[in-house]
Write a protein that binds this ligand. Structure first.
Ligand code: SF4
Length: 437
């Protein structure tokens, strides 16, 4: 059922924040994150990343993206680990046409800000009766503030905002600025690094923007993420509270929620299925064909208000869809079964799309798909960058130059394994249990 707790318990990560250690000197370049207007050149053509705050798309926007994928790209869309959408295999010189198409669909409301609209939110908020508040209206307000902000374009394309309705599902995404609804729904805590303030729920989006500005002012080293701030430059709760007070908000310094038990229960991702006025489906390895997008959009239009919510777990909430629609969604290649082995498997782009890759990791992950669900998630990477890897505890599988894979489970040493022995090594690694804090 949608909204049930996921099978994976929260546990310490085996790769703690390796992406963004504190900066020890001033960075001399901006981030290279692709956007809808700044395309990245990959081995399979150009790549565009379309930011979709909280993953919320109308059916019309989903149709437009399907058209773009088919007319300009390779005919599919990838869901990223932040619930954004990527088009790949774009023809050279199609940037103007793509921008026009996205703009006409309302997916480019502020071109200067398009790369910084990185906003995730509890995807079932307001639908299943869980959580302390519906954060969707707060998402819309935050996005409007972001798009109107003079300073927001100074943020990197990696900076992440998260709004958690109190169920704790956003904790694992390690956002830079986080809003967490509190019991009763009248107040929220807004956190940046180790600093937090409590404000009225309706002031949450403004407090989030103030937190982002405090980060920019503290970022003398040109950090892209809050975790990169050296300790001496960290934003303090007193600074955050003072900024909020100066902006006329009723704010008090608060204790930041602690990970992994940040909120009530620390709920995981939705489970595929239907219930509570929505269906939830997952895309194997995050890839959805244009025809499947059209089918999802059609279901959303026919059985609900025409709203989709793309999730950071490579799934889509189809608002209004029910049990009866699961068959047609499954027929389009989407995972609707909570016991599907695809639920625990992720992979980067790999060969042939990425020049850095040492293997076709998607083909290998597909060939070695386990028989059933369960155990720790596995993420396959074509090189040590580990693009799109999950947070928390997971099994790390990285291609090596000699055609093997290096496998590491939480708390264990890496092991180099030939492809022929990989299935057994993965099965063993996924069963390793990690101590909870
Ligand atoms: S992890 Fe390496 S191989 Fe995979 S997409 Fe990232 S850079 Fe490419």
């Amino acid at each position: 059922m949608v909204g049930m707790l996921a099978a994976m318990p929260p546990a310490p990560s085996n790769r703690p924040d390796r992406d963004e250690p504190p900066l020890t000197s001033v960075r001399d370049r901006g981030d290279a994150c692709p956007g809808a207007l700044r395309l990245h050149t990959a081995d399979d053509g150009a790549l565009a990343r379309v930011r979709v705050p909280a993953g919320v798309l109308s059916a019309a926007q989903a149709y437009a993206l399907a058209d773009a994928a088919e007319q300009l790209g390779d005919g599919a869309l990838d869901i990223t680990s932040r619930g954004n959408l990527q088009l790949r295999g774009l023809e050279a010189g199609c940037g103007g046409e793509l921008a026009q198409l996205l703009d006409a669909a309302g997916l480019l409301p502020a071109p200067r800000h398009e790369r910084v609209r990185n906003v995730v939110a509890s995807p079932l908020s307001g639908l299943d009766g869980r959580g302390y508040a519906d954060v969707q209206p707060l998402v819309r307000e935050l996005d409007a503030l972001l798009c109107a902000s003079e300073r927001a374009p100074e943020l990197s394309g990696r900076f992440l905002f998260a709004l958690d309705d109190g169920r704790g599902d956003m904790a694992e995404l390690a956002a830079d600025v986080m809003l967490l609804a509190e019991p009763g729904g009248g107040s929220v805590r807004v956190t940046v690094g180790d600093a937090a303030v409590r404000v009225k729920a309706e002031d949450g989006p403004r407090a989030m923007m103030l937190a982002a500005e405090a980060f920019l002012d503290a970022s003398a080293t040109r950090a892209w993420r809050v975790r990169e701030l050296p300790a001496a430059h960290a934003v303090s709760a007193a600074d955050l509270a003072a900024r909020a007070a100066a902006a006329g908000l009723d704010a008090v310094a608060a204790v930041p929620p602690s990970c992994p038990d940040r909120a009530a229960g620390g709920e995981g991702p939705p489970v595929p299925g239907a219930g509570d006025g929505a269906a939830y489906v997952v895309a194997p390895l995050g890839r959805v064909t244009a025809s499947a997008w059209r089918l999802i959009a059609g279901v959303a239009e026919r059985y609900g208000p025409g709203e989709l919510r793309v999730t950071p777990w490579r799934g889509v909430v189809v608002v209004g869809a029910g049990e009866e629609q699961l068959g047609v969604l499954a027929g389009a290649g989407l995972v609707t079964d909570p016991a599907s082995p695809w639920l625990g498997v992720g992979a980067c782009t790999g060969r042939p799309g990425c020049a850095k890759s040492l293997a076709d990791v998607r083909a290998d992950a597909t060939a070695l798909l386990p028989a059933g669900a369960g155990g720790l998630p596995v993420h396959w990477s074509g090189c040590e960058r580990r693009c799109g890897h999950p947070r928390g505890a997971w099994v790390d599988v990285v291609a090596t130059a000699d055609g093997h894979y290096e496998v590491s489970a939480p708390g264990g040493p890496p092991r180099t394994v030939p492809l022929t022995e990989l299935a057994g090594a993965l099965a063993a690694a996924r069963t390793i249990t990690t101590p909870t804090k």
